[in-house]
Ligand binder design. Structure first.
Ligand code: NAG
Ligand code: NAG
Ligand code: NAG
Ligand code: NAG
Ligand code: NAG
Ligand code: NAG
Ligand code: NAG
Ligand code: NAG
Ligand code: NAG
Ligand code: NAG
Ligand code: NAG
Length: 466
């Protein structure tokens, strides 16, 4: 057993709140004190890890923020380029330069005019199975490490708040990178809270990537992501689901002009460009859960000092709700109306939109309730406490609605981890993390497997039992 330090606000929540607090892995999503968590899965030498972590608690200053990166190219391409983008501690846009220093780009021309990135922030990887090394010179926040087969078109843009970056978009069909195989890893390496990196499938599944973090004390954490050909399997399974339930799951697959599969977009991403898709898809399920928890109590474990909170569906007294139901929780400041498909898939609109002035209890319920809908765990045994079950019970086939994109993506992921919707970090405890987070203080090396893992993948896909 070893101890890792983490902070407890949901990273996504932080992003939504625009908080200046650093991101961290979240399971006690409303508390934000540094916690010590028991997570023995990856421990190599627990004694060493424990003493190192304790010495560094609340700090990440052994290397002054220097972070070695090893990029292993698993793709049969000699044309893969990496880019590191992010913010420095003062919030200014930075990119990794060819001399392993930060480059502060400046857009030319007026506001909104796009300036292409210079070549010296474009880092060529070696050929298949080679390892290319870089070092990030200092702490970095809200960073993405991008990979594109053939390079990526990104631009610097002058904004009212300073220099901005026009990034590739997986959702814009007219994006200049629309026929490029690309992906990214998200990273924050902060002085005060340590390193936090994740694989994100919240918007799409594209180029396969795996991440591995080695920290002082030689303990490692890893998220292997989807295998090299994972997107094809995900797309096939989505089409099979569409054939069963008539929902547009198959339309999440995006092809290039030659008909080759480029990427699979998430339902939240798809809905952001097509508001009529999945209309009413979640209503049978939200109605069934409202029926059950009109008489039974639904308990939300806020995993914070507020503890467990009891909730019930009841007729709304708000005139504008026309007698519709709403979920009312003890000690909360406002009720939750029924969510639409957009609300469930995106977790940031309707009942799941966090407003200024919302209580800590409300902010703790939002991620847990939205995760419960996406995973379809509200009506299963043990579902009356959220979070309450382990990942083997997520996505029950008996559920009238599910986030099938998330289910299938997790099934195909080699270790079944990696955010497939924005509150996928909700868990009963860190050992059952589904988000694919690697985190801790005093990182020594971050390894990224570009193109993902091929070996054993086929066997794992066959028996994807999870
Ligand atoms: C992943 O990590 C990044 C960087 O730390 C963070 O901003 C983001 O919110 C995390 N979560 C998701 C769902 O991508
Ligand atoms: C673990 O690390 C500590 C401190 O570095 C060392 O004294 C100890 O021998 C190591 N134990 C094992 C089993 O490797
Ligand atoms: C870690 O070290 C501290 C201080 O030496 C000790 O109190 C604690 O029990 C240790 N925890 C584990 C899990 O070994
Ligand atoms: C590193 O952080 C620790 C704990 O906060 C602090 O005591 C120490 O002075 C810091 N060292 C440096 C070089 O900043
Ligand atoms: C990609 O975008 C370009 C415009 O940038 C457009 O002409 C082309 O049709 C798009 N291709 C696909 C497959 O969407
Ligand atoms: C670190 O751990 C790996 C196994 O995860 C082992 O192969 C390696 O020898 C260890 N390195 C050191 C310096 O102990
Ligand atoms: C939006 O999704 C619906 C449902 O799948 C589909 O019928 C429609 O063609 C889509 N519209 C666009 C513009 O993609
Ligand atoms: C039940 O379904 C209807 C649509 O059929 C919807 O308008 C209503 O909001 C749903 N109620 C709940 C509590 O989910
Ligand atoms: C998380 O919150 C629960 C209360 O719901 C508490 O029992 C638990 O100790 C907390 N975990 C940590 C690591 O603080
Ligand atoms: C009643 O519902 C409307 C629309 O959802 C909302 O804007 C308003 O704040 C609600 N009023 C109260 C007292 O909750
Ligand atoms: C609940 C809790 O611990 N809140 C704290 C979160 O962190 C901020 C900034 O450090 C504190 O001001 C809060 O009290």
């Amino acid at each position: 057993m070893h101890l890792i330090s983490t902070i407890a606000l949901s990273a996504t929540l932080l992003a939504q709140l625009g908080s200046s607090l650093p991101v961290g892995s979240s399971w006690n999503s409303t508390a934000n004190a540094t916690q010590t968590l028991d997570q023995d899965d990856n421990a190599v030498n627990s004694t060493a890890a424990n003493s190192t972590m304790l010495a560094a608690e609340g700090a990440n200053n052994i290397t002054g923020g220097k972070l070695p990166l090893e990029l292993i190219n698993h793709l049969p391409s000699d044309n893969i380029y990496a880019y590191v983008t992010g913010q420095d501690a003062s919030g200014q846009l930075i990119l990794l330069d060819s001399n392993n220093e930060w480059f502060y780009p400046k857009a030319e021309g007026g506001e909104g005019e796009k300036t292409p990135l210079p070549d010296h922030v474009k880092h060529k990887l070696g050929p298949q199975f080679s390892t290319t090394k870089f070092t990030l010179p200092h702490y970095i926040y809200s960073s993405r490490i991008w990979f594109g087969d053939g390079g990526l078109d990104m631009f610097v843009v002058k904004t009212p708040d300073g220099q901005g970056l026009a990034e590739p978009s997986a959702l814009n069909r007219m994006d200049p990178n629309n026929v490029t195989n690309w992906g990214f890893v998200e990273l924050t390496n902060s002085k005060d809270w340590g390193l936090y990196a994740n694989l994100s499938f919240v918007d799409f599944v594209g180029m396969a990537l795996g991440i591995k973090l080695r920290r002082s004390g030689n303990d490692t954490q890893e998220a292997k992501g989807v295998p090299t050909a994972g997107k094809y399997k995900i797309c096939d399974d989505l089409k099979a689901q569409a054939a069963k339930d008539g929902q547009p799951w198959g339309e999440l697959c995006v092809y290039d002009d030659k008909g080759d599969l480029m990427r699979v977009v998430s339902p939240a991403g798809f809905l952001s460009t097509n508001l009529t898709a999945f209309e009413n898809y979640w209503y049978p399920y939200t109605n069934e859960t409202a029926d059950r928890y009109e008489s039974d109590v639904l308990t939300i474990d806020t995993q914070s000092p507020a503890g467990k909170v009891d909730c019930r569906w009841q007729a709304s007294t708000n005139a504008s709700a026309n007698g519709n139901m709403e979920l009312v929780c003890d000690g909360d400041t406002r009720p939750f109306p029924p969510p639409t498909s957009e609300d469930v898939f995106g977790c940031n609109t309707g009942p799941f939109a966090i407003q200024e002035g919302d209580s800590d209890v409300h902010k703790a319920i939002v991620p847990r309730l939205c995760a419960a809908y996406n995973r379809g765990t509200l009506l299963i045994n043990g579902g009356d406490v959220q979070p309450g079950v382990d990942p083997a019970q997520y996505y029950p086939a008996s559920s009238s609605s599910l986030n099938w994109y998330s289910k299938i993506t997790h099934d195909v992921q080699i270790d079944h981890r990696g955010y497939a919707f924005s509150y996928d970090d909700v868990t009963i405890d860190p050992k059952h993390d589904a988000a694919g987070v690697v985190t801790g203080t005093n990182p020594e090396l971050l390894t990224i497997v570009v193109g993902g893992y091929e070996d054993k993948a086929a066997a794992i896909l066959q028996s994807a039992l999870y």
